[in-house]
Design a protein around this ligand. Structure first.
Ligand SMILES: CC(C)(COP(=O)(O)OP(=O)(O)OC[C@H]1O[C@@H](n2cnc3c(N)ncnc32)[C@H](O)[C@@H]1OP(=O)(O)O)[C@@H](O)C(=O)NCCC(=O)NCCS
Length: 157
């Protein structure tokens, strides 16, 4: 199938099945649906977006990734970003990251931060490619005892 359009947009309840599938495929400790709904509807600092592919001739649309980031005053934090495993390394994560960074500029955010598992090499490479720097290690940050890398990207100086 030829996907001709790529859109990053706010998530809706109709997207929840696709989000939950990707969540389960991408994360060893996936969030439950109740958490996703909280992020989408109740958390006042959350921005929850999906990336959708559209095949023009048959008008088929598929949600193939999502991201969740929190904005508070002049800082922001990426909570999750994920692309369906069958469609990774096709610049779809980058399309979402570009939208996040553009939104940060628009909101005059100065620093964008995140935590990532120290062993998650592909995500670390992804963040390095998008201008994040390794700031410090948070020992035993995750439930299984794994360390987190705390990474920062300056948005506005
Ligand atoms: C991290 C993630 C969102 C990246 O999305 P993606 O669409 O696959 O990434 P992109 O195609 O935009 O890659 C952009 C750059 O990131 C780096 N990168 C991405 N995947 C990589 C991999 N498997 N190995 C090494 N570098 C990688 C590369 O520098 C790549 O640029 P290039 O392809 O020109 O070399 C995706 O791998 C994913 O969903 N992982 C599982 C969930 C996860 O771990 N999320 C992060 C923690 S919340």
């Amino acid at each position: 199938m030829d996907y001709l359009y790529v859109t990053v947009r706010e998530a809706t309840d109709n997207d929840i099945p696709a989000i939950m599938e990707i969540e389960g495929l991408c994360f060893s400790n996936p969030f439950p649906e109740s958490h996703i709904k909280y992020e989408m509807h109740e958390n006042p600092v959350s921005n929850f977006w999906v990336i959708e592919l559209e095949e023009k001739t048959q008008n088929l649309k598929s949600v193939v990734g999502f991201c969740d980031y929190w904005h508070t005053f002049d800082s922001a934090t990426i909570v999750q970003i994920a692309v369906h495993p069958e469609l990774q390394r096709k610049q779809l994560g980058s399309a979402m990251m570009d939208e996040i960074i553009n939104d940060c500029y628009a909101k005059k955010v100065q620093t964008l931060t995140l935590e990532v598992r120290k062993g998650n090499t592909k995500a670390i490479n992804f963040y390095l490619k998008h201008g994040f720097k390794e700031e410090l290690v948070k020992p035993h940050y995750y439930d299984n005892g794994e360390d987190a890398l705390y990474m920062i990207r300056k948005v506005e100086d």
